[in-house]
Write a protein that binds this ligand. Structure first.
Ligand code: T5A
Length: 221
């Protein structure tokens, strides 16, 4: 990785990493944070659902395979987790000028509950806007991988049941197609990365994208 990335960013920037189950988001954000840290940019990592005490508790509910939930009940849990995440973590960190990476955010609701479950996308957008108080990511990395590849990765890692991860392949394909549609509709913000390659190739692309974006932002300001 390039070591000389210039001065650390002085004002807040909000970057999200999205993709289907097993796309490699968690692996990537950790490696990216290490590379950026070595280049002198301190990063705050956070995630959804989670990132706050309420978010962590809602996460265990919403992923519990023993719990039967309607599609809107599921949605409200993700939105509640997001609202607390924005209020308690994201807004204060960005106000303090931090560089924040979130492993999943509002696009996940559009892809999973909208395209995957078939709920009304416009309504989900409105609810997302309320839950986030209008906070949009500045940049989103979409890790694109065929659903069967992502699911094979998560199943190789753990046999633990997961209410959403265990949904059928057709659901996960709709989710991935949904993410690609979101990217096509917002190409300025969402950068698609081929995540079917090895982790170091994915990291190299992601690092270059983020670094270029941060440098362009510093030049503009
Ligand atoms: N959800 C979430 C919604 O439905 N709506 C919402 O609004 C939100 C916010 C969250 C679930 O909730 C859903 C989406 C999810 O189904 P989760 O456990 O956080 O549950 O699920 P994921 O975010 O998908 O987490 P995963 O761990 O399943 O996937 P990751 O983070 O994409 O993948 P990662 O990095 O953990 O890697 C998985 C395995 O693959 C390996 C890793 O070593 C690991 O073993 N790996 C690679 N292998 C080969 N090549 C690569 N490039 C690899 N990268 C990682």
């Amino acid at each position: 990785m390039p070591a000389d990335a210039g001065e650390p960013v002085l004002r807040g920037a909000f970057i999200t990493v999205e993709g289907g189950d097993g796309a490699g988001k968690t692996t990537l954000v950790r490696s990216l944070a290490e590379c950026l840290d070595r280049a002198g940019r301190r990063v705050r990592l956070t995630f959804e659902p989670g990132g706050t005490e309420l978010g962590r508790r809602l996460r265990s509910l919403v992923l519990d395979p023993k719990l039967e939930l309607g599609d809107w009940d599921e949605t409200w849990l993700f939105l509640s987790a997001r609202a607390s995440h924005v209020q308690e973590v994201l807004k204060p960190a960005l106000a303090a000028g931090e560089l924040v990476f979130s492993d999943r955010y509002s696009d996940s609701t559009l892809a999973y509950q909208g395209h995957g479950r078939g709920l009304d996308i416009d309504r989900l957008r409105r609810l997302n806007a309320e839950a986030t108080q209008g906070l949009q990511p500045d940049l989103t990395l979409l890790l694109d991988v065929p659903a069967e590849v992502g699911l094979a990765r998560t199943r190789a890692r753990s046999a633990d049941a997961d209410r959403i991860g265990d949904a059928d392949l057709a659901f996960h394909r709709r989710v991935n197609a949904g993410f690609r549609l979101l990217a096509a509709g917002d190409a300025e913000r969402i950068v698609v990365i081929d995540a079917s390659r090895d982790a170091s190739s994915v990291l190299a692309d992601a690092y270059a994208t983020v670094n270029d974006w941060l440098e362009a932002r510093a030049t503009d300001s």
